[in-house]
Ligand binder design. Structure first.
Ligand code: G3I
Ligand code: 9MR
Length: 588
């Protein structure tokens, strides 16, 4: 009997879940801005004349019509696009189709909590310090991975710092679901967030994320970057300027809390990609933090470190990180994230750009000119040329700026060309190649950030709406109906591949984290015995802890989320938002 009851509970739970998933109303579950477009998509059911929108009082606001339909070329599914842009009054609304209903919110502050929370997430994943309840509420935890006694792996040895030397390399953010710290990805994440900071300094001057440094005079976003930069500086071999590729355990840790981890940690092999990324973000940070009283020594240290790193890279252009070769030669063998990349023109372009902007030395500009890419492309940890192009756009160099802007225009125009035929009324999300490991960061948020640059520098008012459309996709107007940020929306990842969230004993995952998203590669399937709900590229998503290929979190993806949510938040009505600024952000 007990078994039957349990079985029926399980079936009911399953039905409950599938009923939740089956809601065909797909919309931005976080919020729409009053004066921007507001699309809703109905999945596979022609709503005919049956849609009703009501306000909070239950009064009918409108009976919207379908403006067009779109057939997915991935799944063949039909989608019905509905435009609610006429509703501009802030408030809570419900849209109803027969037995289905979904609520949505219209507010000038629609993106504010998302912006704050996505940045705050970097505090929550800091390593090497206690995370205190004053700042983290229920997500407080003990310090883990102090990294004050890290072993130099034989692959990383130099005559001045031989194999087995113990170095101190504390702090920094955990990379992702794992507990390691990778130079390449850290530098990319800092680089992107600093680029967005440079465009929105007034906004960030006021943004309070309630972190230990919130009471100093530095914007919280810079304090957060400094926490990681402080670690990154320790990754350079001072004797030659080369930078270790990563700080890692030999094997990935189990799913245990940081303070329970006791595997030895190593710095492994210097790489040309890591060294150049290091040079780039150090130079960028040195420039942006110059004269800052809270960090009086940083700028000159970072400048010197960046110059030395660049010199090392010039002498070692082929020092790519190849884990298999390293393991053939050295012990212990290393099986953690590779961040392998066998081209470094883009890294050198970004580094030369930032070094020129910091120092004004013409050689760097000549290098950057030679290495300038022909176009913008979706960026990622392994493709960083866009960060250099963003930097030229922010500079006052007429020639490089104009070239970069013309590339930006082409890229953005290409992104938006087919939106009116798209499945979910967004630049991202209709093409098979949109999807893959971490696509929501690099392919969905990143182009949205580029579009905000274009809106600011090329054609004011033209591109912003497309940036918002990609965020609408991310926040629920999509093929699975998930709002892909933890802690946000009514259907949100509950089981990200994140060791802390999975082992802290708290049901809800840490908030403000973007998951990698639908990935038809399903690289985790065989090993984890995972059953993906679908093989369609845009539905290859599994909210299960084991799914590292679709449900992991990572700093580079969150950096993209910070970039887009903060910038959109910054462009909305600041006056209305004043009460939120300065308020301590607390977890419920
Ligand atoms: O570049 C090819 C592209 O040409 C091809 O069309 C596409 C088809 O799937 O694949 C592309 O390569 C993918 C690559 O990411 C591109 O970014 C690979 O299939 C995919 O396996 C690879 O995934 C990387 C993953 O590590 C496995 O190596 C992710 O980018 C990278 O973000 C991820 O990073 C891990 C760290 O190693 C460890 N920490 C967690 C972190 C996040 O998952
Ligand atoms: O947790 C790891 C994650 O951070 C990586 O992105 C992923 C791919 O490198 O690997 C995860 O670790 C898995 C490992 O690759 C294989 N064994 C199971 C691990 C997760 O439980």
């Amino acid at each position: 009997m007990k078994r039957i009851i349990l079985a029926s509970i399980a079936i009911m739970a399953a039905i409950g879940i599938s009923a939740k998933l089956a809601n065909p109303i797909r919309l931005n579950q976080v919020g729409y801005l009053p004066n921007e477009q507001k699309y809703v998509v109905i999945d596979q059911i022609d709503p005919q004349n049956k849609l009703i929108v009501k306000n909070e009082k239950g009064n009918v606001v409108c009976k919207p019509k379908v403006v067009r339909k779109a057939k997915s070329n991935m799944s063949g599914k039909m989608r019905y696009i509905v435009d609610l842009s006429e509703i501009k009054t802030p408030g809570k609304y419900t849209i109803q189709l027969d037995k289905y209903r979904s609520s949505f919110n219209i507010s000038e502050n629609a993106f504010h909590n998302l912006a704050t929370s996505s940045l705050k997430a970097f505090y929550l994943i800091r390593s090497g310090i206690d995370i205190s309840s004053k700042y983290a509420g229920i997500y407080a935890r003990r310090c883990g991975h102090p990294d004050t006694a890290v072993i130099v792996h034989p692959s990383a040895a130099s005559s001045a710092v031989p194999s087995g030397t113990i170095i101190s390399s504390p702090y920094g953010w955990y990379d992702a679901g794992d507990y390691n710290k990778y130079t390449v990805n850290s530098a990319y994440s800092i680089g992107l967030m600093l680029a967005v900071y440079e465009q929105n300094k007034d906004y960030f001057a006021k943004l309070n994320t309630n972190i230990p440094e919130s009471n100093n005079t530095t914007p919280d976003i810079l304090d957060e970057m400094m926490f990681n930069l402080k670690w990154l500086l320790t990754m350079q071999d001072p004797s030659d300027g080369g930078v270790y590729h990563k700080l890692t355990t030999p094997r990935f840790e189990n799913f245990i809390m940081p303070d329970k981890c006791h595997q030895p940690r190593y710095v492994v092999a210097k790489s040309v990609t890591g060294t150049l990324d290091f040079a780039a973000c150090m130079a960028q940070a040195a420039r942006l933090i110059q004269g800052n009283k809270d960090y009086p020594d940083f700028s000159s240290k970072a400048r010197e470190a960046a110059i030395k790193a660049y010199e090392w890279a010039k002498k070692n252009p082929d020092a790519f990180y190849r884990q298999r070769d390293i393991n053939n030669k050295f012990k212990p063998s290393i099986s953690t994230g590779e961040y392998g990349d066998f081209r470094c023109n883009d890294e050198m372009f970004w580094a030369a750009t930032e070094l020129y902007r910091l120092t004004g030395i013409s050689q760097y500009k000549e290098d950057a000119k030679k290495l300038m890419p022909p176009f913008f492309t979706n960026s990622s940890w392994g493709m960083v040329s866009d960060l250099g192009l963003f930097s030229w756009i922010s500079s006052n160099d007429p020639e490089m700026r104009a070239k970069s802007l013309s590339m930006l225009k082409k890229y953005c125009d290409n992104q938006i060309a087919d939106v009116d035929k798209s499945d979910f009324q967004s630049p991202f999300g209709s093409r098979k190649f949109d999807f893959g490991w971490g696509c929501l960061g690099g392919n969905c948020c990143f182009p949205a950030i580029a579009m905000l640059y274009a809106d600011k520098y090329i054609d004011s008012g033209k591109y912003k709406k497309y940036a918002i459309e990609n965020i609408d996709y991310l926040l629920g107007r999509n093929a699975t109906g998930y709002c892909y940020v933890t802690g946000f929306g009514h259907l949100s990842p509950m089981h990200p591949h994140h060791r802390i969230s999975a082992s802290d004993g708290i049901d809800a995952p840490m908030p403000g984290l973007l998951v990698g998203g639908p990935n038809p590669g399903q690289q985790d399937k065989a090993e984890g015995n995972l059953v993906y709900p679908s093989n369609y590229p845009d539905e290859s998503y599994l909210d299960q802890t084991e799914s590292y290929a679709s449900n992991e979190i990572a700093i580079n993806w969150n950096a993209n989320l910070v970039g887009i949510s903060c910038w959109i938040d910054a462009t909305t009505n600041i006056t209305n938002k004043k009460t939120l600024y300065g308020q301590n952000y607390q977890f419920k």
